[in-house]
Design a protein around this ligand. Sequence first.
Ligand SMILES: Cc1cc2nc3c(=O)[nH]c(=O)nc-3n(C[C@H](O)[C@H](O)[C@H](O)COP(=O)(O)O)c2cc1C
Length: 202
Amino acid sequence: MISLPTNLDELQENLLDVFRRRRSVRRFGPKPLAVSHVACLVWACGGRRDLTSRSAKRTVPSAGATYPMTVYVVCGDSRVGELEAGLYLYDANGHALEKIADRDLREDLADACFSQNFISQAPISIILAADYAITTGVYGERGVRYVHMEAGHAGQNIYLACTALGLSTVAVGAFNDEAVARVLGLPLNVEPLYVFPIGYRD
Ligand SMILES: Cc1cc2nc3c(=O)[nH]c(=O)nc-3n(C[C@H](O)[C@H](O)[C@H](O)COP(=O)(O)O)c2cc1C
């Protein structure tokens, strides 16, 4: 487990300014991110809003507080501070990253997203994935809609956090579900919903 910084002050920004500056960017330079950036980003889309409390609800609303989403980070070689290349799973309880694969998966991920090659240039990608059954178990078929709504909330938080941090991103929904699941080695009950390549604008 890699503990993440709990100081999120870098996210302090003027809300009006952040709304105005949010945009999609598809050109990423090689400049590495800091681990503190990754900490802010995974917290913004999947963290507990009070990091000192394990019972605190999250930064993103969730129908019935069912929390079907998981947050993965694909990290390139030498692209985030001292973080090694690989695939990480965000643990909201511990505000930590669990490493689950060792390789730089960015090119494989770009291929799985119909060769949207800017994904292989971005230092990291955050992938939002979900276990639908967690929410449909409570709400039946309507839970599918709720999971998609929740992903939208999380995705907007990623856009706004990137903007506040001086970073860029684009929401990627065009990908082959099976191929992304294979690249990330997702459990059978977990489906990829959204990919966000993130970095400094080129
Ligand atoms: C659900 C969804 C899926 C998207 N998928 C892609 C995608 O696969 N590739 C891409 O380059 N942009 C994708 N986008 C980004 C849109 O193209 C972008 O938001 C739109 O052009 C408006 O530009 P803006 O975000 O700068 O305001 C997606 C956006 C949404 C909301």
